[in-house]
Design a binder for this molecule. Structure first.
Ligand code: TXA
Ligand code: MG
Length: 328
């Protein structure tokens, strides 16, 4: 990681890095974030690779104001009132994705919702403005380690990762943002943070904690809803059965289809390739979009070729096996 003191010059350079699909560690008022262009699935895949996460959790998208947030998410009256009052600040709001939302599907891990936040830190604000794109960013630490609140900690935790760190001292809040789910009628706090339920009370009739009243789960990710296809998903496929769609990985040159012909001659609605060249970043970027495209009533099921269980492949396989378990 290249560490730059966050002056105007460095911010301009970092903005170029974001636009070109590279990783930038950004200071926010809560913790440092590991940021990437939220519009580019391959850039977002680099985040998961760098964090070494064994699964894809949806990420928070950082934007410069409510107006930009409303391009990507559907804000009802209560969500708008809360955003007006608490943004910029340490509050993340989950809302339904806009129908034509241009944010990469990998950011939402295939879910129909999106987490948005307007950070208060001037460097984060400047970077979002200058790059002109929304920035997806989880905390800037490797999976299983505490969130980084100083540039040094981020650099240590992300040793060996390629990217730029915008250094601006330690974070004011030092704790991740409160995550408030407003995607349904019942408001829920999925992760406690600096903005408390008492702060939120005046804006909501009632708010529930969704990390369990008696016991906190080890990570908020445990409560997460997962995308579940509506047709059966069959893993480790070496052939395609009649009526099945194929989600391929790598070459399908010689893969036949039951009932005649080659798998790759099927229509797009029943044949997609995560990555013809076997590139795991590309596969991660395509995963949720392709699963959803194949998940149509024309197909009896989805056969998925195996993906190597290394690096990003571990997270891809985690999601595929959840999809297979939850499908039908
Ligand atoms: O303070 C923060 O929030 C920092 C800074 C960098 O902004 N970011 C951060 O991101 O803590 P991360 O990825 O470590 O945590 C995001 C949390 C996760 O618990 C994730 O499961 C949840 O937000 N989340 C994101 N999108 C979601 C969605 N669509 N539905 C449910 N939960 C979601
Ligand atoms: Mg985190």
């Amino acid at each position: 990681m290249q560490i730059l003191a966050a002056n105007d010059n460095a911010i301009a350079r970092a903005a170029k890095e974001i636009v070109s699909g590279n990783l930038v560690v950004i200071p926010t008022e809560t913790v440092y974030g590991l940021g990437a262009n939220a519009l580019e699935g391959k850039a977002v895949a680099k985040i998961f690779e760098a964090k070494n996460r064994p699964s894809f959790n949806p990420l928070i998208v950082h934007v410069h104001d409510l107006e930009q947030a409303m391009e990507y998410g559907v804000f009802d009256e209560r969500a708008r009132a809360i955003a007006h009052h608490f943004w910029p600040g340490p509050l993340t709001i989950i809302v339904p994705r806009q129908e034509n939302c241009v944010i990469a599907d990998l950011v939402s891990a295939g879910l129909p919702t999106i987490a948005l936040r307007v950070p208060g830190h001037p460097v984060a604000q400047a970077l979002i403005q200058e790059s002109g794109v929304p920035i997806a960013a989880p905390s800037a630490n490797r999976s299983g380690e505490p969130s980084a609140t100083t540039p040094k900690h981020a650099a240590q935790s992300l040793r060996g990762v390629e990217g730029t760190i915008l250094a601006a001292g330690s974070c004011q809040v030092g704790l991740e943002s409160t995550v408030l789910d407003l995607s349904e009628q019942q408001a829920r706090i999925l992760r406690p943070g600096a903005i408390t339920d008492e702060d939120l009370q005046p804006y909501l009739q009632n708010v529930e904690y969704d990390f369990g009243q008696h016991e906190r789960p080890k990570s908020p990710g445990q409560l997460l809803k997962h995308y579940a296809p509506s047709i059966p998903v069959r893993l480790g496929a070496v052939d395609v059965k009649e009526g099945e769609a194929l989600l391929a990985f790598g070459s399908t040159q010689f893969m036949g289809a039951e009932g005649g012909g080659f798998a790759h001659d099927k229509a797009e609605s029943s044949f997609q390739n995560l990555s013809e060249t076997g590139d795991l970043q590309e596969a991660a970027a395509n995963l949720f979009t392709m699963l959803r495209d194949l998940d149509n009533p024309e197909n009896a099921g989805i056969a998925v070729m195996s993906v190597p269980d290394v690096g990003l492949g571990i997270a891809i396989n985690d999601r595929l096996s959840r999809a297979a378990a939850a499908s039908k």
